[in-house]
Design a protein around this ligand. Structure first.
Ligand code: GLN
Length: 284
């Protein structure tokens, strides 16, 4: 077997994974991981020849990618916000769109010692990003899945983030008896008949993190019926949802009694987040 260079290995990989939306990036991330180097290294040393063991390791990860396995699960990590998070098949792969939720959360709350809840935390992406920016805030992160909470709490330890408490359970039932300045969630919101579920990365991700009954709205409805009771007066509920769900989710928040309801668009111009706040002066 003659040696192949970094440049040839990248070309071979791009051919093999031609179906992916992010062919070049996938190839670079996988080869960099196999070599234990940065992506920049690949362009600095394009003529460097792979050792036989590097080549066979690269071929094996490429094979997994060709079978459709997401790059994040093959690498075991995904960058989100300023953090590198561990991920596995028990958690959704953090999406760039969700960084808007983190950004919005940080802008909404100005209290120095705020209490925040992240419901359905998965890898911990949202809770840990907020916690890393606001070490004085107290953050509670919940999930139904014990396997997901292990990933999230491992991420907290690896990143030395100490201000997040992890609790297992369904939505607000998992929360301690206290009121929050902000409750955030990226709940499951895809309808079970959505054809995207049979395509790309979604095929490998936990269904319980993606799919909800009632046209994808069942969990959003459950959250909206519970969360207002767990908010301080003036506290915010901030939810991620599908790009067609903005008006419906806004109506659900309104009928849960929340005020100042608005929907925000992501960088692609799609409705992505809806927020509303509990009244400052409570009736009665
Ligand atoms: N945004 C994800 C997707 O469309 C779904 C995430 C979710 O259901 N919370 O792939």
């Amino acid at each position: 077997m003659t040696g192949i260079s970094i440049k040839q290995a990248l070309r071979m990989a791009s051919h093999a994974i031609a179906g992916s939306d992010t062919v070049q990036l996938d190839a670079e991330l996988l080869l960099a991981a196999v070599l234990g180097k940065s992506r920049t290294y690949l362009y600095t040393w394009p003529e460097q020849v792979l050792t036989p063991s590097e080549r066979s390791y690269f071929e094996s990860v490429l094979e997994r990618r060709v079978m459709g396995e997401p790059v994040a699960y093959i690498l075991g990590t995904r960058d989100f916000w300023t953090l590198t998070l561990r991920v596995n098949r028990h958690v959704l792969i953090p999406r760039p769109e969700t960084e808007l939720l983190v950004e919005t959360a940080l802008a909404l709350v100005t209290t120095p010692d705020a209490s925040i809840a992240d419901l359905g935390t998965g890898s911990g992406a949202i809770a840990l990003s907020i916690a890393s920016e606001r070490p004085a805030w107290k953050i509670v992160a919940t999930d139904m899945s014990g396997a997901a909470l292990m990933v999230a709490s491992d991420n907290a330890s690896l990143l030395n983030i100490a201000n997040v408490e992890f609790r297992q359970g369904s939505w607000c039932e998992a929360l301690p008896p206290m009121l929050f300045d902000l409750i955030v969630s990226n709940p499951p919101y895809i309808d079970s008949t959505d054809p995207h579920l049979t395509q790309g990365d979604l095929r490998f991700e936990p269904r319980s993190a993606l799919v909800a009954a009632d046209d994808g709205l069942a969990d959003i409805r459950a959250l909206c019926s519970q969360a207002p009771h767990c908010l301080k007066p003036g506290g915010w509920l901030l939810l991620e949802h599908g790009w067609t769900q903005g008006p419906t989710v806004a109506a659900i928040l309104q009928s849960s009694g929340l005020e100042s309801v608005q929907t925000l668009k992501d960088l692609n111009g799609n409705d992505r987040l809806t927020l509303g706040r509990r009244a400052l002066v409570l009736p009665g």
